[in-house]
Design a protein around this ligand. Structure first.
Ligand SMILES: Nc1ncnc2c1ncn2[C@@H]1O[C@H](COP(=O)(O)OP(=O)(O)OP(=O)(O)O)[C@@H](O)[C@H]1O
Ligand SMILES: [Mg+2]
Length: 488
């Protein structure tokens, strides 16, 4: 507590709320044994010296043998009968036995109890009392412990609201201490908040990945982030698999949350703006039990974001649309980004493998492209994990798959198929000219999205049997094809 003296507001409040409930504390310290067993039924919970009655019962329970031996020795001395015995049996309890030969030495306070052939048995008031005490001393000791404990428990229960309030204060102090300790140990900085809506994170780090990287003797590559209310409202992040896109997204969201909860943040400088909520759509967590497929969950969450985010929100979307067919996914992602840009205006980070989306930066004034860099060296792929302006040129998905030790045959075949597809590829963006965007998506737009231009025409040409084609037929066909293209 001395460390809390003069602490600022929240800590001072927490300090003031610390109620040590001294009477209960003292009572517990006095009553409960240092080495109390976990289960009170075993006894030994109450400290020695707390209750004279309990101490005596315990003494009796554990020392009855010694007590009997002591009485025996004392009575032998008093009567001068060396063979005097103090014994116990279930019928008569404790008794003193004297042989017939020594009977004349028995003192008058001995009460005759039983006569045997060679001996006489007696009792005394002292023995009777001892008997009553010893026989159930253990049971009574446990009983008494229970009673004491119940009293103490009732007292504690009555003080529970005070104890809880103190626990809450301790928790809060602990929370701030943890933040402070982490901030120092991990070299966090104090964030500033801008009034202009500018966000600038210099050399930001992911607090968890950074620690994991250190544990594996690796090192974390810090990255910058700049967002504002103008031309940098949204950042589209492309780059290879394993490049660090998801990490970059999460680190931005974490830094925003940490700053707003009162923590220092993992960066060398951080200027943030107050945001109302952070929305994330990350990872593929399906919910089969609740009747939702992976893609359904993805879309449901995206719907929530689009329906609830404001221009003061931070939206983090990690590869939305990848849960379905490529063109559907691309079309959805494109439309979602446009919607956020035109209707919501929230700060948005969007990681994607759809390179077509990078064209949005040229079309929407608030979107910028970022990419995580990678270096190819021979057939090696080096992840630099540096986030830089501009879009990435390739996905390197197959290279990453190779690193993951897919069979060489699969990798080779994938390369072939990729090469084939890249030849055929048509960018969808051609079809999505800006003026059309505002129009409801009619059938025409949809057909073009899913059937690249010229596909049917190419098929017709492929099936031509040139050897049996007369010149006039060829001309006619050319005219038809030209007309067809004109219609598109
Ligand atoms: N800045 C960084 N410094 C060091 N290591 C990093 C950094 N960013 C990411 N990593 C490491 O790279 C791994 C992959 O990162 P991440 O999952 O962010 O890649 P990704 O680009 O999202 O990949 P994918 O496209 O497959 O989703 C992380 O698990 C982390 O260990
Ligand atoms: Mg990722």
């Amino acid at each position: 507590r001395p460390a809390l003296a003069g602490a600022p507001w929240r800590l001072a409040e927490a300090d003031a709320a610390l109620d040590e409930v001294p009477e209960l504390r003292d009572h517990i310290l006095a009553a409960i044994a240092e080495d109390a067993p976990a289960n009170p039924a075993d006894g030994g919970v109450i400290r020695r010296g707390y209750s004279a009655e309990l101490d005596e019962l315990r003494h009796l329970a554990t020392h009855s043998r010694q007590i009997i031996a002591a009485i025996e020795a004392r009575e032998r001395q008093r009567t001068g009968i060396a063979s005097l015995k103090v014994r116990f049996n279930n019928v008569f309890g404790f008794y003193i036995e004297i042989s017939k030969a020594n009977l004349h030495l028995a003192p008058p306070d001995y009460e005759r109890k039983q006569t045997l052939v060679n001996a006489e048995r007696f009792t005394t008031p002292e023995l009777k009392e001892l008997e009553a005490k010893v026989l159930d001393a253990e049971e009574r000791a446990l009983d008494l412990e229970r009673t004491i404990l119940a009293t103490l428990r009732a007292e504690a229960a009555a003080a529970a609201p005070r104890v809880r309030a103190t626990a809450a204060a301790v928790a809060e102090i602990d929370f701030y201490c943890a933040l402070a300790e982490t901030a120092v140990a991990r070299r966090y900085v104090r964030p500033r908040f801008s009034e202009t809506g500018e966000m600038k994170i210099v050399a930001g780090r992911h607090p968890v990945i950074e620690k994991l990287a250190e544990a594996e003797a690796g090192h974390f590559i810090p990255n910058d982030l700049y967002l504002d209310r103008g031309s940098h409202r949204m950042a589209l992040i492309t780059g290879p698999n394993m490049g660090g896109k998801s990490t970059y997204l999460r680190q931005a969201a974490l830094i925003a949350v940490m700053a707003q909860m009162g923590s220092f943040v993992p960066a060398t400088e951080a200027v943030l703006t107050v945001i109302d909520r952070v929305f994330t759509r990350i990872g593929a967590s399906d919910n089969l039990a609740r009747g939702r497929s992976t893609f359904m969950v993805e879309m449901t969450e995206t719907a929530v974001i689009l329906n609830s985010a404001t221009e003061r929100s931070l939206i983090v979307l990690d590869e939305i649309g990848r849960g379905t067919a490529t063109y559907d996914g691309l079309a959805l992602a494109w439309a979602v980004l446009e919607y956020i840009h035109d209707r919501i205006g929230a700060y948005t980070l969007f990681a994607t493998h759809y390179h077509e989306l990078t064209e949005l930066a040229g079309r929407l004034d608030g979107v910028v492209n970022l990419h995580v860099s990678v270096k190819e060296s021979g057939d090696q792929l080096i992840f630099l994990r540096r986030v830089e302006p501009g879009s990435a040129d390739r996905s390197y998905g197959i290279e990453v798959a190779r690193l993951a030790a897919l069979p060489a045959e699969v990798i080779e075949r994938a390369r072939e198929i990729l090469a084939l597809h890249e030849k055929k590829e048509e960018t969808v963006s051609e079809e999505l000219e800006a003026p059309k965007r505002r129009r409801p998506a009619g059938p025409e737009l949809q057909i073009r999205l899913f059937e690249p231009v010229g596909w049917q025409i190419a098929e017709r040409i492929r099936q031509l049997d040139i050897d049996n084609l007369r010149p006039v037929e060829a001309l006619q066909l050319l005219a038809e094809l030209k007309e067809e293209l004109g219609r598109r």
